[in-house]
Structure formats: C-alpha cells, structure tokens
Write a protein that binds this ligand. Sequence first.
Ligand SMILES: NC(=O)CC[C@H](N)C(=O)O
Length: 355
Amino acid sequence: MNACLHLANGKTFAGVLEVPGENGEIQGEVVFYTGMTGYQEVLTDPSYKNQIIVFTYPLIGNYGINEADFESKKPHVQAVIVYEASQQGYHYEAKYSLKEYLQQWKIPLLTHVDTRALVKEIRNQGTMMGWIAPGESEIGALKENRFPVASVSTEQMSVYGNGDTHIVLVDFGYKKSIVQSLVTRGCQVTVVPYHTPFSAIEALQPDGIVLSNGPGDPKQLAEYLPNIRMMIDHYPTLAICLGHQLVALSYGANTEKLRFGHRGANQPVYDLQKKKVFMTSQNHSYVVNKESLAATPFDIRFINVNDDSVEGMVHRYKPILSVQYHPEAHPGPNDTEHIFAEFLQAVNKGEKVYA
Ligand SMILES: NC(=O)CC[C@H](N)C(=O)O
C-alpha cells in the first residue's frame, strides 16, 4: 500500500507501507540513525520509545534478526523508515527477516522513501514530529508521550550474574548489553525500577550504582532528582546517556535539546584525560549544557569532536563518572569499553563516600 510520512512542518515523503502496524494513527518523533548495521539493537533499545526511526543506510535487514542481539524483550520504536528492506536475512543465525519481525510486533515499516532528502530536511529544520498515513489524509493533534520512562522501566527487581561485586542498576529503560558488560566483568547486577527510593537501594548494600540510558527528556524526571543525587553521592557511580544527563541535572546543571541528535556508530569523542579520540556508539537528542557545569564540582572529560558538545564528565572528589555515549557499544565500536573497567576499579577500591 502506498503511504506518506508527513512531517510537522508540512513536508511529505512518499513510500510503500510494507508492514501496516496496528489500526490507528502512526505518529512519533522522527529521528535518524547513521550506522550501516545494528538495526536489531536499535529497534529493541528502549531509548527509542515513541520515535519513528529513519535508517540512512539504503539497504537494511540483509543479515536478518537473530535471537542473541536483542537489547530488550521487544521493539520500542514507533515505526521504521528505510529506502529498501531486505526480504530475507542472509545469515546463518537469522531466525526471521526484518519484515517478519516487524510484522510479528505490528511495527509499521515504510520503505522506498527518499531517506536522503528526508534526513536533509531534519538536519535543516531540526527533529520534529511526524505521522504515517495513506495519501494526503489529515491527522488530529500530535500527541507526545510526556513520560516514556514509566512505560519501559521494569516493575520488579531482578538479579543477573553471581559475581562478587554488587552493582545496582537503576532502570530508566536499560539495554541488556549494559548488564552483560558488568556481568562478564565479575558483577552481580540488581536491576531496580527508576523510582526506587534511596532507602531501598541502601538496603541492597551495593558496591556501586549504574544509572541507565532511557527515552525522553531528562527534565521529565525532575521530581526524582533529589533521590538520584542521594544515590550518586553515596556510592561509586557510572551513568550512561540519560543517566549522565540526570547526574548533571541533580547537581543543578542544565540540559538542552540538540537540533537533530547523535544516532550512529561512529561519533568521534575526545577524551581530555587520555588525550585521544575514540569512536563511539550514540543515541541521544539531549546534551548537558557546558556553561552550566561551571557551578558544579564536575570536570568535563569527553567532548564531541563534531559539534563540541559535552560527552562525559567526572566529579572532582567523588567516584562519579558519566558518559553521554554508549560504552556497551551494542551496536557500535567497542573502543570505549574500558569505561566499565575504570568504574569497577573505583568500586573495588571500596570507597563509600558520604556527602
Ligand atoms: N540513549 C539515551 O539514554 C537517550 C537519552 C535521552 N532520551 C536523549 O535522547 O538524549
């Protein structure tokens, strides 16, 4: 069936709706991902909740979908836009084709869109809402989900691994590979809901805290900032992506939205400590405002080489390290996996710093 993506600024892009999705309106924030591979991880990363994802690489799906590379139990994207979707998965591990997988979960797939023109439009005008509909059809008011973290965070506590180091991972929409990165380095990981009070975290007697990635604007979590501040002030902390933004907000710094975000597998980041550039995997729209960090006890450690935005910071006196990029690197280059080793070194020093 022919269908169109309509952007909120009135521009329309024609395509073929190969997977229709469930009945009703297909709408979401339209963002683009520049990696050539890694679509399975992208589809199942909870940080993409409510977003319509445009893949810039023109052929997506050629190695299919396997059972190993899911980042969570189901896809979270609102819809998928590609130029061409491979009809088969040409890989010995492939269990389904991309199309079969999207059909199974009723995630709309719009193909044969001029993705190059669409991405140029988003780069020029900034990220915007859009909807997919047959022809010229009108749509009512665009609904933005005000608090997507609540719909992706776990409701119950769960434990992974049986290592000696006990890490509590606060789940704002975590990726499975963050847990795996910790478990393979000798940790037992307890995943807890995002709203878990500090007293319950203390009762678990963690050696360290990880604040996870997650969807939406970090300011949507304003009421939880005092609780988050308690956690990170009391335990060695590693904060990733949304977690990093929450660390900054909890210390009174500010966040802002980038024009079109960083989503891909080759974002260059300069490490001011190691004086080296690393290629990183990224997926975010918001960043920590650089100037607002001046009044906090944080030093900027990582800077994005392309646009000079803040990519990570360290507390001057406490073992708190935060990164805007994804050191677990699923998908993406694992150049920065040493971040987990650095964090665990801080944890294993046995430091328990009280404010
Ligand atoms: N991957 C993430 O944690 C994304 C963080 C946040 N939702 C943003 O878009 O900036």
